[in-house]
Design a protein around this ligand. Sequence first.
Ligand SMILES: Cc1ncc(COP(=O)(O)O)c(C=O)c1O
Length: 409
Amino acid sequence: MPYGSRLAATMTRRLGRECVYTPSARLALYLALRRWCRPGARVLMSPVNDDVILFVVLAAGCRPVQAPVSVWDGNIDAAAVPDSTWRTVDAVLTTNLYGIPDRVLELRRRCEQLGIPLIEDAAHAIGTHVDGQPIGTFGTAAAFSLSKHVAAMAGGFLAVEDARTRRELELLRDDLLTPSRLRDDLSVTLRPLARSTVRTLHLVRPVWRTMQRLGLLERDAFRMALHAPRLTACARSAPSLTAYEPWVSVDLHGFRVRHGSLVRGQLNLRMSRLDDDLTRRRAGVALLAGTAWASTALRERAVPDGPLPLFRVPLLVQNRDALLERLVDHGMVCGYVYDPPLDDYAGAEFVEPSPAPAAARWFASHVLPADPLSARRMTGALTRERAATARPSFPVAVKDATPPAPLGQ
Ligand SMILES: Cc1ncc(COP(=O)(O)O)c(C=O)c1O
């Protein structure tokens, strides 16, 4: 039996696509890029994304090309990508940021016309559908993360179109896995429990502040340190996961570890609770979408088909950074802030900058990713903090002036 086949079978039943189990979504994305993109390939992506994903693209030997994004959700604005860019890209990588779907129908049409792969990053979007079809089934391949929706701190999938490709990718994956040790498995199993205990005992604030003071947090800012000279030197080894491991492993050190049955057993259990998790997320999204801080796009999406079961709810607020600090005093640490956009962060040596960076800059610096599972506490805290709603102050291009149309569940 291939490694992780029970978990993969569960995901295949949910999605209706062949799935390969991986210890993380980042490894799944690396596999997809290695399988469908030659070294030097130009990959169109949103600059409002986790920096880890930028390093995955670089590790695969590809050139990250930053796209214009929608000011409403931070995902690629396909219509604003210049024709000159479309003519030269070799693949498209979506984000489905916070679970809000990318404009996948338009992106798929473009990719089909150009004969290039559409790789879906569905790490934030396990329960998101477009026209009744799950995100992760539109493209050539899609990566999912169990660290997100079921808070596992391990686990992912690569969904592909057929069994032959799945078998090929299982072999490629096995070559990249590193052996597990009991100590790693215990730590992966116990860390989510420790985290939920800290929350239940209302210890988030003292624990977070102590870690900050002792320098125990992996990041001092929203972005990890780039270490540009070392990164330049690594390019000589690309494609290579090992060379880029210091960047790719940030926030998830076991991203390529072949976890044993202890971890996989726990993941099976967490997967069985996924639908309950999604139901609770929908309730939280419904609440947050009705607040003044929700973007119009979010509110309109919530109307006809019920709310999306988002991973995080993008609220748009003024003085976002100061507010994030104050929220810690309310026992809430909001992660998943991708600011500045990747082109401002990494520069032209490592990424091709977006031709229209304003929307990405604005969205990245105003979005507050709220956990829908803490919706009530979040609205209470934002009200007490008198958080002010942010709206773009620069002219929004006509084609992006209205939020995307409501999407079906
Ligand atoms: C958009 C996005 N894609 C992929 C990943 C990688 O997921 P994993 O931690 O399972 O490797 C992350 C991680 O936060 C992410 O934010």
